[in-house]
Ligand binder design. Structure first.
Ligand SMILES: NC(=O)c1ccc[n+]([C@@H]2O[C@H](COP(=O)([O-])OP(=O)(O)OC[C@H]3O[C@@H](n4cnc5c(N)ncnc54)[C@H](OP(=O)(O)O)[C@@H]3O)[C@@H](O)[C@H]2O)c1
Length: 299
């Protein structure tokens, strides 16, 4: 496998940058896709410019590649232009899978998320689901990873929560008892790398969650403790109010909350099992509580 090229899309992102570095360190030839030719990608990786909205750029990125890690997306915590989730997270992922199929890529490992969508998903989760359907229909052998929310160096979620916790009162959507199976980004990348080997995970969804499911309010308390706050004061707001507020805030350039983020966190973000990663990949992911005690928040 060492001469084969592995492509990582979203190589400037939280997961993609960490994964690129890990694969380079493992001695693989890594091509890192970013939207600009001046993007900073992990040293040792070959930079290729590509955009999910530009199919020709995806064909160039996939040429000569044996495996693709698909980490590029508009994530739920970012404001998307109207129709953006569908254009990028659905059509764009479909175009990437088409390009991979055309280039004879042997496997495409895609980062989705735990499926928290209800019967009627909003635009974010609907876009993600449709992207996965287009990917599966393209013909390239696939694995869809479904990580829960991640912590680790630069985690967008932990940074956002730490920002809130620093305030006098922390607004919380719902009753604060929604559970999240936080998993360290390096454990996610380790599992993803393992998907390069063998056929056992081809054509499958694989959930990735940490060893504990922690209620939202407790996550805030742990973050507060790490920031030296004796008590985190919370205001619980009904979901219907928070959804309406999130919609109204979209007039801002960088809204503090998006409807997609509310959609993602209004149901438990947990896998079917707390031992799933250990069973599937043979290692126990580090727990959030023990990791923060040892390393802090790694903001
Ligand atoms: N972080 C988590 O806790 C978490 C949990 C579950 C699932 N996931 C999923 O994992 C994937 C990666 O998440 P992340 O946290 O690494 O996100 P991130 O930090 O926001 O990175 C997203 C990446 O996608 C790139 N991108 C955005 N639009 C693009 C386009 N049109 N064409 C090409 N590249 C584009 C960004 O490039 P620029 O730098 O140019 O913007 C960036 O490199 C996402 O699908 C996310 O939903 C993440």
């Amino acid at each position: 496998m060492s001469d084969a090229i592995v492509l990582v899309t979203g190589a400037t992102g939280f997961i993609g940058s960490r994964l690129t570095r890990r694969l380079v360190d493992a001695g693989l030839r890594v091509r890192a896709m970013a939207r600009s030719d001046t993007a900073a990608v992990a040293p040792g990786a070959e930079l290729v410019v590509g955009d999910l909205s530009d199919p020709a750029s995806l064909e160039r990125a996939c040429a000569g590649v044996s495996a693709v890690f698909s980490c590029a997306a508009i994530t739920g915590d970012r404001k998307a232009p109207p129709g953006g989730y569908d254009a990028i997270n659905a059509e764009g992922i479909g175009a990437l899978a088409q390009a991979a199929t055309k280039a004879g890529v042997q496997r495409l490992i895609h980062f989705g998320g735990i499926d928290v969508a209800g019967a009627k998903p909003g635009p974010y989760l609907a876009g993600r689901r449709r992207g996965e359907e287009l990917l599966k229909a393209a013909g390239v052998p696939w694995t869809i990873l479904q990580p829960s929310v991640q912590f680790g160096p630069g985690s967008p979620f932990i940074r956002a929560m730490a920002g809130l916790v620093k305030g006098a009162l922390v607004p919380v959507a719902g009753n604060g008892r929604t559970r999240i199976q936080l998993i360290h980004v390096d454990d996610v990348c380790r599992a993803a790398q393992d998907c390069l080997v063998g056929d056992a995970r081809l054509g499958r969804y694989v959930e990735l969650g940490g060893p504990e499911a922690i209620e939202f309010d407790r996550i805030l308390d742990i973050i507060g403790g790490a920031l030296g706050k004796a008590r985190v004061r919370k205001v619980h707001a009904p979901l219907i109010v928070v959804r309406a507020q999130a919609r109204l805030l979209q007039v801002l350039k960088n809204p503090p909350v998006t409807p997609a983020a509310v959609e993602l966190l209004e149901r438990d973000n947990v896998a079917a099992s707390l031992e799933g990663v250990e069973r599937e990949f043979g290692f126990r992911p580090v727990g959030f509580v023990e990791h923060v005690a040892a390393h802090g928040l790694e903001l």
